[in-house]
Design a protein around this ligand. Structure first.
Ligand SMILES: Nc1ncnc2c1ncn2[C@@H]1O[C@H](COP(=O)(O)OP(=O)(O)O)[C@@H](O)[C@H]1O
Ligand SMILES: [Mg+2]
Length: 284
């Protein structure tokens, strides 16, 4: 355990317990912290970031702090600045250079920088939850097309999936499947060849959806991540450049992280493995 004197002096602001001190002072290598809500997990991540800076282990621009929502990211920045003022380190570092964001925004930042190495064109447009639905509606015939019959039928195989008996439900259902396929890195070719009518139809619809997306230079939230993941996988020089610019990654709300995000984070931190993830244990 390695704790900077400035943080040690904090012992009564607020009172850090031994477990919290261990997390703050564990500086190198991977660390997983699971604790209940309200136990000070976000607080500990913030002090861990400041401790790492105070010990001179990284510059602010070499640290990435991620959380699940934009709101939580703003809050984290506020709380970090407040803690920095309390410890009186806010003049020593340019804390605005810390990367504090959601994983989606982090991917968006990386894509803007390395877009020319991906299939995305200049000024690509990002679809959010609502505009993604409108996009599928707009391209319904191209995406779902003749498979509407197959997809509209109640699908049962040990499990009830959904009954897409209206166009609206077909669109919402397809969107869920599309995002899952992207986020779980499922090979759509395998779906098409699965021999299962429903899965084949979903695989074909997914392919058609991707074609429409990229033809129109759009990207959805899930593809923001898969594009960066594939960039890291297929462009070793880029992967190396990015990984060598990051010394520490700290992830809050880790319980909400999906498969592709986890794979992505591991690639981003592959040079140092200084990754600390903190999450809730009560999954409701
Ligand atoms: N050691 C501590 N002593 C006093 N208050 C603490 C301590 N650790 C955390 N807190 C306070 O408890 C509240 C919840 O902390 P937070 O980091 O948001 O928890 P979590 O992220 O686990 O939900 C915050 O107001 C925080 O400042
Ligand atoms: Mg928290």
């Amino acid at each position: 355990m390695n704790i900077a004197p400035a943080i040690r002096k904090l012992s009564d602001y607020p009172k850090l317990n031994q477990d919290q001190l261990e997390v703050i002072g564990h500086t190198d290598g991977p660390l997983l912290v699971i604790a209940g809500p309200g136990t000070g997990k976000t607080f500990v991540i913030i002090l861990r970031a400041l401790n790492t800076l105070l010990l001179g282990k990284a510059e602010p621009r070499e640290m990435v702090l991620c959380t699940f929502t934009e709101k939580a990211a703003f809050e984290m920045r506020d709380r970090l600045n407040a803690a920095a003022r309390e410890i009186k380190v806010d003049d020593d570092f340019d804390l605005s250079e810390l990367h504090i964001s959601t994983i989606h925004s982090l991917c968006n930042t990386l894509l803007r920088k390395y877009r020319h190495k991906t299939s995305l064109g200049h000024n690509y447009e990002t679809l959010d939850d609502l505009t993604q639905i409108l996009f599928i509606l707009e391209h319904f015939d191209e995406i779902i097309g003749d498979d509407y019959g197959v997809l509209g039928v109640q699908y049962q195989k040990g499990r009830y999936f959904s009954r897409w008996d209206s166009k609206r439900r077909a669109i919402e259902g397809a969107k869920e499947y599309f995002n899952k396929i992207t986020e779980e890195l499922i090979d759509s070719e395998q779906l098409i060849l699965s021999g299962d009518r429903f899965l084949s139809a979903i695989g074909r619809a997914y392919r058609a959806y991707q074609t429409c997306l990229f033809n129109e230079n759009r990207v959805d939230f899930a593809h923001l991540q898969s594009l960066v993941y594939n960039l890291l996988l297929n462009e070793p020089d880029v992967a190396d450049e990015i990984a060598s610019s990051i010394r520490y990654i700290l992830i809050d709300e880790y319980q909400d992280t999906n498969y592709i995000q986890e794979q992505l984070l591991l690639k981003l931190i592959s040079h140092t493995n200084n990754i600390c993830v903190v999450g809730d244990d009560d999954q409701s």
